[in-house]
Design a protein around this ligand. Structure first.
Ligand code: FAD
Length: 439
């Protein structure tokens, strides 16, 4: 059965995913001679950079998510359908989705990325990723429920094992999460659970490289390490998470840490929809694209954002998995689609790096702009400003500012409802895979 889209004589661009790239692309196609159909399995766009604040009770999910229909209200020749795309049939220019099939003239894939557990069954089963709103709510519930459960345990050692946290991956997500959990421990949990020995609660951050934030400069890495140390996070460098059975994390150097919770930020891979030729899939499970974002082997199939492996002169390993490349590619692709339609030559995409930043708790951040480096309070203010600017929707901006102000001045976190019960008994698992995991 075909998805019910009103007839149109315009060529149809089908966009899969409502992430940064797609939102920009669909907006840039406004007023152009195309019918645009946007598909996503969720009916909202998620502002992933603030997901860790939902996970640590700083924000409610609706502050960082915007309904797609709200974003495109009134845009002519635009249709949104909440559907999961299951298969691409490029020979028929057709998609099979959870609600029916759909013909396209041009297809743009922007399904983002997902946690990569490197095919380790134990990690897949027990470690908690942070890629979606649901993941963030699960993390939040786990963090809070750990303390509730610990109250029922008979001795201090068992209580600590219940509340201790291990985070795998010292990239921006792991660093930001570690800082935010340390703050939650010190300013909220310690007050809420005075019977627990929370000043001894351990937060371990495990990184396989010799420094944190390896996508940033060495000074930022040093500063992030210093800030986390100040906040009572134990950082382990040059070591990998080797296995986890739900109660004990074993590292590649043989060390073990008893913890009921392992958060996984140590690897991502692209979300690939079956159907395209295997030669179009490259490193990191991403679609290999040329300088026009055309997927290898196809003229009318494109990929942007985390989904795309685009090697440019200054980026021999491919563009980084960040919001700005997705947004810029989305904007550029709209121009190229117009050119394609008008049988004009396509223009090669080039990426403008406007800087990178990471926040490590209250008053602490590191910011690298093309001609300026800063850290500490100034960087933190800058980080807040940029994230507010990028947040989609006025309501989200307003509610985030309000929440931040209340959290900052009250030394509290309002969003601490436990909505998903997590601490199901974990069977004792004795065998470990022994696989060495790149972080
Ligand atoms: C926790 C976290 C923090 C981050 N922090 C930063 C940061 O501070 N700065 C920064 O620049 N970047 C950050 N990033 C990276 C940035 O968010 C991504 O690079 C960016 O979101 C990629 O955009 P995208 O459009 O490629 O895909 P995404 O934003 O991931 O969107 C993909 C969309 O595709 C949909 N989808 C997937 N599969 C299907 C399917 N089969 N059918 C239908 N729909 C589907 C999903 O529901 C989703 O809406 C962070 C990422 C995470 C996870």
């Amino acid at each position: 059965m075909d998805i019910n889209i009103p007839d149109s004589s315009l060529p149809r661009v089908v966009i899969v995913g409502s992430g940064f790239g797609c939102i920009q692309l669909a907006k840039s196609l406004r007023g152009k001679a195309f019918e645009v159909v946007l598909l996503d399995k969720n009916n909202y766009h998620t502002f992933l950079p603030l997901l860790y604040q939902v996970a640590t009770a700083g924000l409610e999910p609706d502050a960082i998510a915007e309904p797609v229909r709200e974003i495109f209200n009134g845009q002519p020749h635009f249709h949104f359908r909440m559907a999961e795309v299951l298969r691409i049939e490029p020979q028929h220019n057709q998609l099979n989705t959870s609600i029916g099939s759909l013909h396209y003239d041009y297809l743009v894939l922007a399904c983002g990325s997902q946690a990569n557990f490197y095919r380790n069954d134990e990690l897949t089963r027990y470690a908690l990723p942070m890629k979606t709103v649901r993941n963030a709510l699960a993390l939040r519930s786990r963090l809070l429920e750990n303390s509730e459960r610990a109250l029922e345990l008979p001795d201090k050692q068992q209580q600590l094992e219940q509340v201790n946290i291990v985070i795998a991956g010292g990239g921006p997500t792991g660093v930001e999460l570690a800082g935010a959990i340390a703050e939650l421990r010190d300013i909220v949990l310690a007050k809420d659970y005075p019977e627990l020995p929370l000043k001894h609660m351990k937060i371990h951050l495990i990184e396989g490289n010799s420094r944190l934030l390896k996508s940033m400069g060495e000074e930022s890495s040093r500063k992030a390490y210093h800030f986390l140390n100040q906040m009572g996070v134990t950082v382990h460098l040059n070591v990998l998470v080797q296995s986890y059975n739900g109660t004990v994390v074993t590292l590649s150097n043989g060390d073990t840490h008893a913890a009921k919770t392992l958060f996984w930020t140590a690897g991502v891979e692209g979300v690939v929809i079956p159907g395209l030729s295997p030669v179009s899939i490259g490193k990191g499970n991403r679609y290999i694209v040329n300088e026009f974002n055309q997927v290898e082997g196809y003229i009318n199939v494109f990929a942007i954002g985390d989904n795309a492996l685009q090697v440019l002169r200054d980026y021999p390993q491919g563009l980084p998995g960040l919001a700005p490349p997705s947004i810029q590619q989305g904007h550029w692709l709209a121009k190229n689609l117009v050119s394609l339609r008008q049988k004009q030559p396509l223009q090669a995409f080039s990426y403008v790096n406007k800087g990178v930043m990471a926040v490590i708790g209250r008053n602490r951040a590191v910011v690298e702009l093309p001609f300026w480096y800063t850290q500490g309070f100034m960087a933190w203010v800058l980080w807040m400003g940029v994230h507010l600017l990028l947040l989609v929707g006025f309501r989200n901006k307003a509610s985030t500012v309000l929440n931040w102000a209340v959290n900052y001045f009250s030394y509290s976190r309002a969003s601490r409802l436990i909505t998903q019960f997590q601490n199901i008994p974990v069977e004792a698992v004795t065998s470990v895979s022994g696989a060495s995991l790149p972080l």
